[in-house]
Design a protein around this ligand. Structure first.
Ligand code: NAP
Length: 331
């Protein structure tokens, strides 16, 4: 497995991370035994970065990961955990809370659910507009000093917030959506991270399955699946987006690889400071994703891919408008 340092102050991470969100209901039902087998297969293949959020399945995802890592050597994996999203018993989203006391409370519960004494990278899932970022990072810096977290990361925030956060404590990475059809970070956010030595853990590299080559126009997403409300999966948009996938498929076929592998390899080719975190929840999908590590894209291949899927070619926003307006990264 190729390893890269995450940011200029972070740990060495595998060239691909495993995002575990889809194992806890965010993409409809998933199989518990297969999820755990997928985590084990990833670790066996040398993937050392496991990404989760305490709100994925309201603790379900952390408990699942806790079960998968039980008995393993703590140094063999890195846990990246998001906190701050508030949910109700039925799963509804209630906003964000990143007050210093709330952060300590969230962390206490995460450590229990995961069954570990520290978290490697801890990050607020979104910017809580009611708490200055300096106070959030200050509270996390105290947790670093106390040994409960090793590194501080950010998620879906914009350039100004990144600078303010980095002025308080080193930030190892920004987790943010980045794919062939979500390239917004290229204008300001990515250059800012590069200037400050902050890595990128890219999610949505397959646009939640849409550009994986496996999604069908009439694939029925079930209640609770994010794709039910995602603009890019809606009738009228999905057909246009799947045309882009067909253009990608022609390139993938010509190289003898899969569409998902091209999509992941394109993100990885944008720089060693960018680690794709893929959301495989089955071993076959994981194996396909890992296959992208041996896909080599020449400058000519990259240009062909970008002609097939031009920047801003996607139909529909990456989140519903009601969510986008609250995202610091979109301001
Ligand atoms: N910071 C944030 O705001 C944020 C937001 C979202 C996610 N994340 C993190 O990023 C991780 C990955 O992101 P994501 O799930 O949104 O995106 P993704 O990797 O773009 O999409 C994952 C989905 O694509 C489908 N797929 C098809 N072929 C695949 C393959 N070869 N490998 C992997 N998936 C394949 C799977 O759907 P089927 O299983 O239905 O086929 C899978 O659930 C999450 O697990 C989470 O940890 C962070």
């Amino acid at each position: 497995m190729q390893m890269h340092q995450l940011g200029k102050t972070g740990p060495d991470v595998s060239a691909i991370g495993l995002g575990c969100m889809g194992m806890s209901g965010m993409y409809g039902p998933s199989d518990r035994a297969e999820s755990i087998a997928t985590i084990h297969a990833a670790l066996d293949a040398g993937v050392n970065l496991l990404d989760t959020g305490d709100f994925y399945g309201m603790g379900h995802n952390e408990i699942l990961i806790g079960e998968a890592i039980k008995g393993l050597k703590r140094d063999d994996f890195l846990l990246s955990v998001k906190f701050g999203a508030l949910r109700d018993p039925a799963g509804a989203w209630l906003g964000y809370d990143a007050r210093p006391a709330a952060i300590r409370n969230f962390l206490a519960y995460s450590l229990q659910r995961l069954g570990v004494d520290h978290i490697d990278i801890y990050r607020p899932a979104r910017l809580d507009p009611n708490v200055p970022i300096e106070d959030q990072i200050g509270a996390m810096a105290d947790l670093v000093k106390e040994g409960y977290i090793k590194h501080i990361g950010l998620s879906e925030v914009g350039a100004d917030t990144i600078r303010r956060a980095a002025a308080v404590h080193p930030i190892v990475d920004l987790q943010i959506e980045y794919s062939l059809i979500s390239r917004g970070i290229e204008d300001q956010i990515l250059p800012t991270c590069r200037e400050l030595g902050i890595g990128i853990t890219a999610y949505g590299v397959l646009s939640r399955g849409l550009i994986s080559g496996h999604w069908q126009k009439d694939a029925a997403a079930q209640k609770g699946d994010f794709r039910v409300i995602s603009p890019r999966f809606q009738a009228g948009n999905v057909e246009k987006n799947l045309k882009l996938v067909e253009a990608l498929r022609r390139i993938a076929d010509s190289k003898g690889v899969s569409v998902a592998q091209i999509a992941i390899a394109w993100v990885a080719a944008q720089g060693k400071d960018i680690i794709p975190v893929v959301g495989a929840r089955r071993r076959d999908r994981l194996a396909e994703a890992l296959g992208s590590l041996s896909v080599e894209l020449s400058a000519e291949d990259l240009a062909t891919i970008e002609r097939a899927v031009p920047k801003d070619a996607a139909a529909g926003g990456r989140y519903p408008e009601a969510q986008l307006v609250h995202m610091d990264s979109e301001k």
